[in-house]
Design a protein around this ligand. Structure first.
Ligand SMILES: C[S@@+](CC[C@H](N)C(=O)[O-])C[C@H]1O[C@@H](n2cnc3c(N)ncnc32)[C@H](O)[C@@H]1O
Length: 241
């Protein structure tokens, strides 16, 4: 309950995380691209989504506006558009869903943000980005059965510039102690037999994340317990070279 109150207040106090898009244009983009309703929701309620806002603000503080920033699992590009609003202009992203990338292209043309968004499987990329200053990976990896943080460190390490960053969020192992954590959050009112497994396929303690980062030559330079409805942590890992 405390997390819910803190998360709610954070959103109201941090309106600088908001995306400035007219409601009617957002509705038009959503309809035109046939992207899931979730993408419009994520744009409208961005200030309350601490697990994306805080990692993005870390990037904005750590690298210059000219930095090359790449987001994997970028969806409709909400985080890239926010970085554009903050003055960044070398922005790229990939997503596996055609409709999400189409919505990103429509929003991009409204903003004239020059974001290069394309379709790719970020776990097995056909097109590996090069010379990245910061790779952003939020709110997708822990929903994919079989995916792991190790996989991301391994796949993208060589895409980074020396001392580049991977900035991400992860479900905390503290979530394992919460009631019904093994079930899908939308199903908790259903009889046990009818519930789906949790949408959070892996959870990690801060120590486990630090160990995994170290194994791949990264050091965790920022970390934070995020007061989101599901207990998450945010991290900024730097590839030391
Ligand atoms: C919950 S949305 C988050 C979007 C964005 N990161 C954000 O925080 O606003 C998850 C996104 O991950 C994408 N996704 C899922 N599996 C993927 C994969 N293997 N490669 C790339 N994107 C993937 C989905 O298509 C979806 O757009």
């Amino acid at each position: 309950m405390l997390n819910k109150i803190l998360c709610y207040s954070y959103g109201w106090m941090n309106f600088h995380h908001k995306l400035h898009i007219p409601k009617t244009y957002l509705q038009w983009c959503s309809k035109q691209s046939k992207a899931s309703w979730w993408h419009s929701y994520a744009i409208k309620y961005r200030p309350w989504r601490l697990h994306v806002c805080i990692p993005c603000s870390w990037i904005a503080q750590a690298v210059p506006h000219s930095a090359h920033i790449f987001e994997i699992g970028c969806g409709s590009g909400a985080n890239l558009l926010w970085l554009h609003q903050k003055g960044f202009y070398n922005l790229e992203g990939s997503d596996i869903e055609t409709s999400a990338v189409d919505m990103c292209h429509l929003l991009n043309s409204y903003y004239k943000a020059n974001i290069n968004a394309f379709i790719d499987d970020a776990l097995h990329p056909r097109q590996l980005p090069q010379n990245i200053d910061a790779l952003l990976s939020v709110n997708w990896l822990y929903h994919i059965p079989g995916a792991s943080l190790e996989n991301v460190f391994n796949t993208y390490r060589d895409s980074l510039k020396p001392n580049g960053y991977i900035v991400f969020d992860c479900i905390s192992s503290r979530y394992n102690a919460m009631s019904n954590n093994q079930y899908h959050t939308s199903d908790t009112r259903l009889p046990v037999a009818d519930r789906r497994p949790s949408e959070y396929t892996f959870r990690m303690s801060m120590q486990e994340v630090e160990n995994s980062a170290a194994k791949h030559g990264f050091s965790i330079v920022r970390k934070k317990e995020l007061r989101t409805w599901t207990t998450r942590n945010g991290y900024m890992a730097q590839h030391l070279q």
